[in-house]
Design a binder for this molecule. Structure first.
Ligand code: IVH
Length: 723
């Protein structure tokens, strides 16, 4: 067999196995065999760039290259459906159709209404050529590269009989399981959570990095075939055909001939949908004959031949006892409904989000109201309405901070209120110190929220710089039995002086500057001085270097938009902040990147003779530092994986193609924690894990980007995590 023949045969084999696994849920080979074949294909493709195929199964891993979306006009506008929550409307629809067809018999195709985002795919000569989001219905974003990573979408069609050119529409979804896994990871990384699988799917599909999409395990169901040469006159039969070409089509579709059967279908799925792996929010009824559909036609916005019946979200009725207000580290005030405990979708709920003042006002809430609480696929319960007015006082949003009494402010364009007293409002101060010591920031694990509250209460610390002046005597207050633990605290704080600059920058808690952004800024400027020098004139001088100010340079840093840049400028423009930063510098914290490994205190022969690839992102040290550590321990940092690689130091977000390659060559993956154990660093400092829970205030809510994946439209709703 020539290489070319082998490539072609492997491609078709792998397409088939993808289909068996992701569409049929019935794999016929082991994962290992699949991986081996994929590896072989990738090797052969690397050797034969002239045989590149944009639809090869090897393209499913996506690419890290950022790509902007181009706007594409839909061939046929993407209309929506008339919606109802009401069975009488279903009956009215049925009667209208019957009348519209002059009393002629008709069949109705009943389908699930999938709750994701709609997608339009164009196939030509059996190959996927374009995928476009709904957009405004007239034109949408070209997301082809992202869609190719969705394993259940055929890149090349199976079977035969497909029109030479056709469009097919369906719904891209994030299955519940993937959604929960993703949010768990994001919670650990202190990233804003997605409110529901639909938001997660939408944010993911609009990611500018298709490698991120590949990792997120999206799925897609198809429900509408368009074109001038459809296989049959029946919608249902066309979709069965579509299934034989390799698309995922729901098994739940049924054709019925009476209104009674339609109602039975609704009743059945209203209950059964809770067992489905993906979110559904209703059912869709379509006249089955395409010819009858054409006769019925369209209104300005929707087809007359279809309607969506939406299920009521699961909701519970309970009594509102009190509204309390949480003050986060940035001063944002979150109103919380405290209610009589009630069972909702399997869990007891006693607190629910009220979002902001406008929301409370729209509900006209009073203490004692009987309120409806919903989960509706959301993870945080929400108060969505009320049944009865309580006898208590109207709920009024406070004018002053519930913690420090300062008048609240509301910034233009924001729904939230803030306490502006950031220098003296206790939860803000404690919140900032807790953030500073947290694992991804300075990682001072001998301290936790309770110790912070204790020291703050005793007047020992008022800001993060005060930590570095704490003495054993301060902490013990003369109680000698506390000396050992006090010493540990002081040592832990001292050790944090070695934490790299990018994490110091993150630890400062500048609004909107998360871990990833801090890293980008640190890498771009290299030092605090260079960053300060780039701030516009009028910013107070820190220790500014000799370079001329480069106003606007911040916006040039990858992932830093106007909102973030403005926030960074505002932070350093405040004297109080500059004073803290300068004190931290004075205590010896890292204010530039690239500390030497000797300073990190690591030197041994622990990695002698080993060739190590570093991949992903890390919590304890930067990649640069790990390179130095590897060298300092006698190892060699190599850039690409080969059979000679000893192991891969694997952080978070390791690229899927690297993972695939490592698996194929049997190269072990070593986690950051395991690696620290190998070099003997972990045990020195990692006792007494810091249980500092993130307050998850969603600092990013006004960010026009989302860290980590450059989403253009993730817009996660503001979430607050309750117990
Ligand atoms: S048919 C012209 N079928 O619901 C009819 N839509 O408001 C085109 N949806 O934008 C749509 N499941 O995103 C159809 N089985 C299904 C559906 C479905 C979910 C979504 C779709 C559409 C919206 C309609």
């Amino acid at each position: 067999m020539t290489d070319q023949e082998q490539i072609l045969s492997l491609r078709s084999e792998l397409h088939r196995h993808n289909y068996n696994y992701y569409v049929k849920n019935a794999p016929t080979i082991s994962d290992r065999e699949f991986d081996e074949k994929m590896h072989l294909l990738m090797q052969l493709e690397e050797r034969h760039p002239e045989l590149y195929d944009a639809n090869s199964p090897s393209q499913r891993v996506g690419s890290d290259l950022n790509h902007e979306f181009t706007q594409v006009r839909h061939r046929y506008p993407m209309l929506s459906l008339a919606n109802t929550y009401n069975r009488d409307d279903v009956q009215a629809f049925y009667d209208r159709v019957s009348q519209g067809l002059g009393g002629e018999a008709f069949e109705v195709c009943c389908e699930l209404k999938f709750d994701g985002l709609s997608i339009s795919l164009i196939y030509e000569h059996g190959r996927l050529v374009r995928a476009v989001t709904r957009g405004d219905g007239e034109q949408g974003d070209d997301v082809t590269a992202n869609v190719k990573t969705i394993r259940s979408i055929p890149l090349i069609l199976n079977g035969s009989g497909w029109p030479d050119s056709f469009e097919i529409r369906g719904e891209v979804l994030m299955p519940w399981q993937s959604f929960e896994d993703l949010n768990r990871q994001r919670e650990l990384a202190e990233e804003p959570l997605f409110a529901n699988p639909r938001n997660a799917a939408s944010g993911t599909l609009k990611s500018k990095n298709s490698a991120v999409v590949a990792q997120r395990r999206l799925d897609a169901y198809f429900y509408y075939l368009l074109g001038t040469e459809l296989p049959t006159d029946k919608h249902y039969d066309n979709l069965q055909r579509v299934a034989s070409w390799g698309f995922k089509v729901s098994d739940a579709m049924r054709t019925v001939g009476t209104l009674e059967e339609v109602m039975d279908y609704i009743d059945y799925w209203d209950h059964e949908r809770s067992h489905l792996p993906v979110a559904t929010d209703g059912i869709v009824l379509k006249v089955n004959s395409v010819e009858q559909q054409q006769r019925l036609g369209y209104t300005a916005k929707t087809p007359r031949w279809a309607i969506a019946y939406k299920f009521q979200a699961e909701r519970a009725l309970t009594r509102l006892n009190e509204v309390t207000y949480q003050v986060g580290r940035t001063g944002a005030i979150t109103p919380v409904a405290n209610m009589e405990p009630v069972l909702l979708s399997g869990t007891i709920v006693k607190r629910a989000s009220l979002h902001n003042e406008d929301y409370i006002r729209a509900l006209d809430l009073h203490v004692g109201d009987m309120v409806y609480v919903e989960k509706a696929g959301e993870i945080i319960p929400q108060v969505v309405g009320k049944q009865m007015e309580g006898s208590g006082a109207a709920v009024t949003f406070p004018k002053t901070c519930p913690e420090c009494g300062t008048p609240l402010v509301r910034y233009e364009g924001e729904a939230a209120h803030y306490c502006p007293n950031d220098s003296a409002c206790p939860p803000q101060i404690k919140g900032r110190i807790e953030h500073f010591i947290s694992r991804d920031a300075m990682n001072i694990d001998s301290l936790g929220p309770e110790t912070v509250a204790d020291y703050y209460g005793r007047g020992l610390i008022h800001n993060v710089a005060d930590l570095y002046e704490l003495t054993v005597a301060d902490i013990t207050g003369g109680n000698t039995s506390r000396e050992r633990s006090a010493q540990r605290v002081v040592d832990g704080i001292a050790a944090s002086r070695r934490v790299p600059f990018e994490r110091v920058l993150y630890a400062l808690g500048i609004r909107f500057v998360g871990k990833v952004t801090a890293k980008q800024i640190a890498r771009h400027f290299g030092s605090l001085d260079a960053l300060l020098a780039a701030l516009p004139p009028g910013s107070p001088p820190g220790k500014i270097g000799t370079e001329a100010p480069r106003s606007g340079e911040l916006e040039g840093v990858a992932g830093v938009g106007e909102v973030i840049a403005q926030s960074v400028r505002a932070y350093f423009a405040q004297d109080a902040n500059m004073e803290i930063v300068n004190r931290l510098r004075g205590y010896g914290l890292q204010m530039e990147i690239g500390v030497k490994s000797e300073e990190l205190g690591v030197r041994s022969e622990a990695l002698a003779g080993q060739g190590i690839v570093i991949s992903g992102t890390f919590a304890r040290h930067s990649r640069e530092e790990y390179k130095e550590i590897i060298e300092a321990c006698g190892g060699k940092n190599v850039s690409s994986i080969s059979s000679k690689t000893s192991f891969i130091l694997a952080g978070d977000n390791m690229g899927p193609s690297k993972q695939e390659k490592a698996r194929q060559l049997g190269i072990p993956l070593v986690s950051e924690a395991e690696f620290l154990d190998m070099i003997g660093e972990r045990n020195e400092t990692n006792e007494n894990e810091n249980e500092n829970q993130n307050e998850n205030e969603n600092e990013n809510q006004n960010q026009n980007k989302n860290e980590n994946e450059n989403q253009t439209n993730a817009a996660p709703q503001q979430l607050t995590l309750f117990d």
